[in-house]
Design a protein around this ligand. Structure first.
Ligand SMILES: NCCCC[C@H](N)C(=O)NCC(=O)O
Length: 467
């Protein structure tokens, strides 16, 4: 019998190099999805749009996904593999990002209506790429790390995405030099950079496949394939229904909130959009200025999760209690949104943001591994694609809805707000997110109950089977 030869993925150095290369694609896509959060004020004054129109622009990334583009991405990935799917969705995302950037430079026309239309078209195209790229990069991580440090690799992979969100939110005003278009062009170039790195990765992918095929014995494991019958099975799985609805309710109160958080901090607590000149300040004053800047403080939320998600992930691995931790995360979410909406204390506001950050680390760390306990392994790809599709319905509604509600509840003051004489009142839009928190708690309890009935083992450590 021939000895099985070592492959590229058996080398730790090459595995980790591959992870960094493909994770840059996540960095760029998360940046492009979230960076406009730091630019809301500038977009309104420079492009002449209102909050509701800002909401439409950011929500447009979800529109094509709402009608099944993530499922299409999953099918292409399953049928034609990582290379074809990566190239197709890399082109789609790069094209979408470029159209958005060109629109902000006025290439298609410089009236606000035309700019907005093309920005939305560009972001819609980008959104198709974004979610499929997330699935493709995750699948690639599994390809290289299964049997090795898979959980850690996945945590690092998401961490790159969070860095993208954090830096894009925090630094886009400065990167744009106080203008929208250069910040959008920079964000778009990150997608192009990530895609070029992904193309370079394909050399490793081709070589690994050759080595694996050479080692493959006849009758190897069958490939996972998308089947519509899997969708039916998922739709009748109670645990999957609860966790999917929890995913929508929870993320609807987090991702859209992050898009509006800098503007909330500016309008509610008088934070700045742009940092003042720090050069003549003492260290203490510099820190004060940073902690008084809306985009920088918001950027700390995803940055904090980079540290805490792996910590909570290892707690879930060792101790279990995933459903209970999701209940706790939902409580923290409610505390965050109540303290940021009903009260006017900056200290309570900071506590709310910290609480939101902990929830944003806790719930994903407990949620994503739980899916693997509820759903059979050969249906996981379909399960994640369906969850992301339904998640996009909630995101689309809230990305736009918060802005629309903001304009609606402040309708009597819009002219004064535009003239800089009054500030937006964010109370009602943020209170709406409390409803998402309450729904999340209910669903997390239902999930706990379904776990007891169906013995998924959500409350047990990783690897321990429920009896
Ligand atoms: N900036 C948002 C990208 C969303 C990607 C994906 N749908 C998702 O939810 N990933 C899980 C996460 O916690 O980022």
């Amino acid at each position: 019998m021939d000895a099985i030869k070592k492959t590229l993925k058996d080398s730790a150095a090459i595995r980790w190099l591959v992870l960094v290369i493909i994770s840059m694609f996540m960095f760029g896509t998360y940046w492009f999805q979230d960076f406009m959060s730091g630019l809301k004020g500038l977009m309104m004054s420079e492009l002449g749009i209102n909050s509701s129109q800002f909401g439409l622009i950011i929500s447009s990334t979800t529109w094509a996904n709402m009608v099944g583009m993530i499922m299409v991405g999953g099918i292409i990935l399953d049928k034609w593999g990582i290379r074809v799917a990566g190239v197709v969705f890399g082109i789609v995302a790069s094209l979408g990002a470029s159209i958005t950037a060109m629109a902000t430079y006025g290439v298609f026309g410089d009236d606000p209506g035309t700019m907005m239309k093309f920005m939305m078209a560009g972001r819609m195209l980008f959104g198709i790429g974004l979610e499929s790229i997330c699935v493709i990069v995750t699948r690639t991580t599994v390809k290289w790390f299964k049997g090795y440090e898979l959980a850690l690799a996945m945590a690092i992979n998401v961490a790159f995405g969070r860095f993208g969100t954090a830096f894009g939110t925090a630094f886009s005003v400065e990167i744009g030099g106080g203008h929208v278009a250069p910040a959008v062009a920079f964000a778009a170039s990150l997608i192009g950079f990530g895609f070029i790195l992904f193309l370079a990765y394909l050399i490793f992918d081709i070589r690994l496949d050759k080595q694996v095929n050479a080692n493959k014995k006849e009758g190897g494991e069958p490939e996972e394939d998308f089947k519509f019958s899997d969708l039916v099975k998922l739709a009748t799985n109670k645990g999957f229904i609860y966790i999917t609805l929890l995913c929508v309710a929870f993320y609807s109160a987090v991702f859209p909130f992050i898009q509006y958080a800098p503007d909330l901090l500016v309008n509610k607590f008088g934070f700045t959009y742009q940092l003042p000149d720090l050069s003549s300040m003492t260290l203490f004053e510099k820190i004060g200025a940073i902690f008084h800047n809306g985009p920088k403080v918001t950027g700390l939320i995803p940055l904090g999760t980079i540290l805490f998600t792996p910590i909570f992930g290892s707690i879930v691995d060792k101790k279990g209690k995933a459903a209970s931790l999701m209940i706790l995360g939902a409580f923290l979410l409610i505390f965050a949104h109540v303290s940021l909406s009903l009260f006017n204390s900056v200290t309570l506001g900071y506590l709310g943001l910290v609480s939101l950050g902990v929830a944003f680390a806790l719930v994903p760390a407990a949620m994503w591994p739980s899916v693997a306990k509820i759903v059979a392994e050969n249906r996981l790809g379909t399960a994640y694609s369906s969850m992301f599709t339904i998640q996009n319905w909630g995101l689309g509604l809230f990305f736009w809805g918060i802005g629309a509600l903001l304009d609606f509840v402040n309708r009597a003051d819009l002219a004064a707000i535009k003239a800089g004489e009054k500030m937006y009142d964010y109370t009602i839009p943020i209170l709406t997110l409390v409803i998402c928190g309450v729904i999340s708690i209910f669903l997390a309890f239902m999930l706990l109950r379904a776990d007891k009935q169906n013995k998924y083992g959500l409350e047990l450590p990783s690897g321990v089977e429920a009896k």
